[in-house]
Design a protein around this ligand. Structure first.
Ligand SMILES: CCC(=O)SCCNC(=O)CCNC(=O)[C@H](O)C(C)(C)COP(=O)(O)OP(=O)(O)OC[C@H]1O[C@@H](n2cnc3c(N)ncnc32)[C@H](O)[C@@H]1OP(=O)(O)O
Length: 624
């Protein structure tokens, strides 16, 4: 099978195509109906199928004879721990934790928030929810209490599962005080919390509400997988939008299982028994899809790494993990390799390790800059494969389809649309752009299985954000172009979402925090280019009349406020006081030109500007 015929079949005969791919999954009741359309080209995959995602990830592997194979390897340089779980052992732990939740009343459709560091208990909790048909919502451990509170208020969980602390290199971060603060702030209160106590910190438990993970597990009765409809939600994962409130991306069970298993073959060329390492965090979609679900759906061994690319203990960390666990496929964000390259430019540390098991390197989460691509190619001599996807899609929209045909790579391109994604570059009114010309990157509906079904509790927002802007298409929010060979180049967001070290963040959310300072009259936050993290946020601040605060002091306070409200991962470290903000005559802040100034690019004065002299003032500020 070649790429072109696979792709054509996927868009010309999607029902037959996905019926065939669905056969690779162990269904409880295989679907007869493959696609049920609703209005606007959206719809549901496998609507009459019955499935359980924990059964597909775990029990199905035992039935296939892989019970004694390693399912999960936990490698934690920050605690000097290595631990592995076979499929039998992981299934036992998951069934027990499902029993803990079930005994406390968690069942089909209930939400459970998981706020945990990179420990096996995070994976166990996710799969335990799936086992009961409950809906997990993992919140990245780097988010502050307020962000957790926003998600608690929106998801209304019955329970929260957390740990006593996370460990960031050598810094121990107590989690429980953050959870307590978040519950206090949220307008919904969970019935109970389960706390995994780590040796570094013992969390205080609130009597009547909090319970200890180990104690609960000791007496648990294992729970069996509960059959759920393929269309029932498996999880909610919040992602930044243009406004302050994050969007809860809803993923179903059936389409997700089919798409992710297919992606393991198509995108990564991986099969049962392979060792797959996604060096990300379970709090991001890469962690959901490629630390937890897809490798297990495929019968691989997956790695959970609690460490960093550098400093744990050095820039050889990734190569050490690849050697120790004979990793076949490594997937991470370009920013991780930029950090490695900065500390080990000649890759001397790589040479210390035997990485001969590695077959391919995969990059996603932000644009793969050509110089990082060249550095990796030169020093590893491996295929270095960029791919483009989003929290919303759950798997690659564009990739090098190595599982069916390894294509020539072009630096800066995520290669070609994955089968199922009819990617087109269009103008704002939906007209196709000629080859090589930039426009909005959109996907002609229907989206393939595995993509978001809606926004949790807000279907109108789902339609307004993704379906309404370009009728008949899913609007990705990214801009780019397709060249004459059909290669897709993604150039970045077309909205106010920024990408900091592979983390998608909302400048609007940061503006809300900055604007709440008593001395601030008005502000604007833009993403400025950064060599290491891709982009970093920079704030421009207009003081209230009569405010006398020292600009350095104000910057310090604003940095602290953003850290406290959003989290350290926002990397908000710069806020400049300006005399005026550039605006159109109708009062809209001219963010695009501010971004160009921040990036040191050539800029021209927009015809709609109120007072062109302001741009020179801003330019001066950035140059000082
Ligand atoms: C394809 C679909 C997608 O895009 S899904 C998203 C894919 N993105 C990723 O996988 C993320 C890739 N990035 C990373 O893993 C990290 O940024 C890497 C490259 C490892 C660098 O880490 P680090 O040096 O900590 O920098 P950073 O910018 O991530 O962190 C900034 C500050 O935040 C903190 N932080 C980070 N994680 C946590 C956490 N889990 N809990 C608590 N705090 C956290 C860091 O310690 C750092 O703090 P500080 O400013 O130094 O005090």
């Amino acid at each position: 099978m070649d790429y072109q015929s696979e792709f054509r079949r996927s868009v010309d005969q999607p029902e037959e195509f996905w019926r065939e791919k669905a056969r690779a999954i162990d269904w409880i009741r295989p679907p007869e109906e493959i696609w049920k359309a609703s209005e606007n080209g959206h719809g549901q995959w496998f609507p009459d199928g019955l499935i359980n995602s924990s059964d597909v990830a775990l029990d199905a592997n035992i039935r296939a004879g892989r019970g004694d194979q390693k399912a999960l390897i936990y490698d934690s340089p920050v605690t000097d721990t290595q631990q592995s779980f076979t499929y039998n052992e992981l299934t036992d732990q998951v069934a027990r934790f499902a029993g803990v939740l079930k005994a406390r009343g968690v069942g089909h459709g209930d939400r459970v928030i998981i706020y945990m560091p990179m420990v096996p208990q995070a994976v166990i909790a996710m799969l335990a929810c799936a086992r009961l048909g409950a809906i997990h919502s993992v919140v990245f451990g780097g988010f502050a209490a307020h962000e957790l509170a926003v998600r608690i208020s929106d998801a209304k969980p019955k329970a929260i599962v957390t740990a006593s602390c996370g460990i960031e290199v050598a810094k121990v971060i107590p989690y429980k005080p953050l959870v307590d603060r978040a519950i206090e702030e949220a307008d919904h209160k969970p019935e109970f919390c389960i706390v995994f106590q780590r040796p570094q910190v013992t969390a205080e438990l609130q009597a009547g509400r909090d319970a200890d993970w180990d104690q609960e597990m000791a007496t648990a009765t294992p729970a069996d997988p509960v059959p759920v409809a393929a269309t029932d939600p498996l999880y909610i994962l919040y992602t930044s939008g243009t406004t302050g409130k994050p969007k809860g991306v809803v993923r179903d069970n059936g389409g997700h299982a089919v798409a992710l298993r297919y992606s393991m073959e198509l995108v990564y060329g991986a099969g049962p028994g392979d060792v797959f390492w996604a060096a990300s965090d379970v709090g991001w979609v890469v962690g959901h899809s490629y630390i937890v679900y897809a490798p297990l759906f495929m019968g691989c061994t997956t790695i959970l790494y609690e460490g960093k690319p550098v400093k744990t203990p050095d820039a050889g960390a990734f190569w050490r993990v690849c050697q120790d666990h004979k990793v076949n496929y490594l997937f991470t964000a370009p920013t991780a390799f930029r950090a490695v390259r900065k500390e080990d430019p000649e890759a001397d540390l790589m040479a210390k390790y035997d990485i001969s098991a590695l077959k391919r390197l995969f990059l996603a989460g932000e644009r793969l800059d050509p110089s990082t691509y060249e550095w990796l190619k030169e020093h590893t001599s491996l295929p270095v494969l960029d791919h483009w996807w989003q929290t919303e899609t759950g798997w690659a929209i564009c990739c090098n389809p190595v599982g069916i045909e390894e294509m020539r790579t072009k630096p800066g391109s995520a290669t070609v649309p994955a089968p199922g994604f009819n990617v087109q570059v269009v103008s704002l009114d939906g007209r196709p752009m000629p080859a090589g010309e930039q426009g909005q990157v959109a996907v002609k509906l229907p989206l393939p299985p595995g993509c978001l079904s809606t926004v949790w509790g807000d279907d109108a927002r789902f339609r307004k954000t993704y379906l309404d802007p370009i009728p008949g298409f899913y609007s990705s929010g990214d801009g780019g172009f397709i060249d004459e060979d059909g290669y897709v180049f993604i150039m970045g967001r077309t909205d106010d979402v920024i990408n900091v070290a592979g983390h998608r963040l909302s400048t609007g959310e940061m503006e809300e925090v900055v604007a709440s300072h008593p001395a601030v009259a008005e502000c604007c936050v833009v993403g400025a280019r950064d060599e290491m993290k891709g982009q970093i946020p920079v704030g421009l601040v207009l003081l209230k009349d009569g405010a006398t605060i020292d600009p350095d002091e104000l910057e310090e306070e604003l940095v602290e406020m953003v850290r406290d409200r959003i989290g350290a991962i926002a990397c908000f470290r710069r806020a400049m006081v300006v005399d005026r903000l550039p605006k159109t005559r109708s009062g809209k802040i001219l963010r695009r030109v501010i971004r160009q100034i921040a990036d040191g690019e050539e800029w021209s004065v927009p015809s709609t500007i109120d007072d062109p002299a302001i741009l020179e003032e801003i330019d001066q500020k950035f140059r000082n």
